[in-house]
Design a protein around this ligand. Sequence first.
Ligand code: HEM
Ligand code: HEM
Length: 200
Amino acid sequence: MSDNSKNPINSFNNTAILIHWVIAFFLMVQFLIGLDMVDIPKGPDSPRPFWFNTHKSIGIILGCLILFRLYWRLRSGVPKSPAGTPTWERIAANISHMLLYFCMILMPISGLVGSLFSKYDLLFIGITIPKLFEHDPLIKELMTNTHQWTAYIFLTIICVHILAAVKHLVIDCDGVFERMMPNFTNSFNGGAKQKNEENS
Ligand code: HEM
Ligand code: HEM
């Protein structure tokens, strides 16, 4: 793990940027499927099991990507806010990023644990995972409620996050938005680094 206090970085590296957008994209797909599939009626020819299994498979893959992202963040660090950013904004950004990570971790865990304790088989990309636990209605219900409520809280924080990003782009014009955009010059000339130095 890098010591960022001694060696501060000024921009996200390309891996962090790529993984931010891959996860953001698949989270949106996952929300759309999740919110839609629960309303599909049950029945012999119902597409419900297909969408549930698709949701579970994407969710498990997302969980692995999120773990990798967390590891990458700890390894590479996070750029400092541009000079002149008010303290409340730095604190708000930190808290909202922590909450995003909290939800990103809790969603796959609650989904997976709920599925492991449900009465249905868990299918991962078409492969049936052997039943590890007996059906437990209490744990299943607890996990379903956690999954559902975290989803709503998560969506709210994502909306705030997007609004904050747009504020940085349109009102603050401080380069914070751009540093999460693919910038192939980052690796060669420090891209956003220059911007931050101009601001300080
Ligand atoms: C980051 C990942 C995930 C997101 C954003 C997500 C999102 C959602 C959403 C929005 C719903 C609908 C909630 C409702 O209105 O009732 C849902 C339901 C559901 N999700 Fe996920 N999900 C994720 C991961 C997973 C995983 C990994 C599994 C299982 C392996 C899973 C299994 C389920 C199941 C079974 C339901 C139906 C409700 C229930 O019985 O809990 N999800 N999910
Ligand atoms: C599913 C949705 C999203 C999630 C979960 C998410 C999560 C995060 C997290 C946790 C960070 C902090 C960096 C880190 O710790 O790795 C971040 C940074 C950032 N995100 Fe997102 N994000 C999402 C969607 C978006 C969207 C749609 C935009 C643009 C409109 C955006 C723009 C940014 C920007 C500009 C930063 C950099 C902030 C900085 O430099 O301090 N994000 N995102």
